[in-house]
Design a protein around this ligand. Sequence first.
Ligand code: ZN
Length: 128
Amino acid sequence: MSDKTTGVLVQHQAALAEGRFLIQKCDGCGQHIYFPREICPHCGSDAVQFVSPSGQGTVYAVTTVRRKPADGGDYNVSLIDLDEGPRLMSRVDNVKPDDVKIGQRVTARVVVADDKGVVVFDAVGGAA
Ligand SMILES: [Zn+2]
């Protein structure tokens, strides 16, 4: 891993730790990129900039992971399509795991714990 690659990942993680969710936009082709990288996967340009996404997205796929209540209970793993285009793996936090539906509109939120930020999503308007 080059220093430059460490650079974007460190910048991304540092922003998350401050509660800011950043994705990238390519100046070459105009497409958005997530997870952060040095080179645009669409056109190969290195003119990629961090930008703040709208935070709006749609659930593309969802899986409920079964877990004993003593271990924290069931949780969901969701693939979210951001309105800007990129798809990321996250979870929908404000409804029961079984209530997360494909097509559900969601909003991004950063949860910071132990100086690390994680992007999670809330269902818009609660359970569908
Ligand atoms: Zn590009």
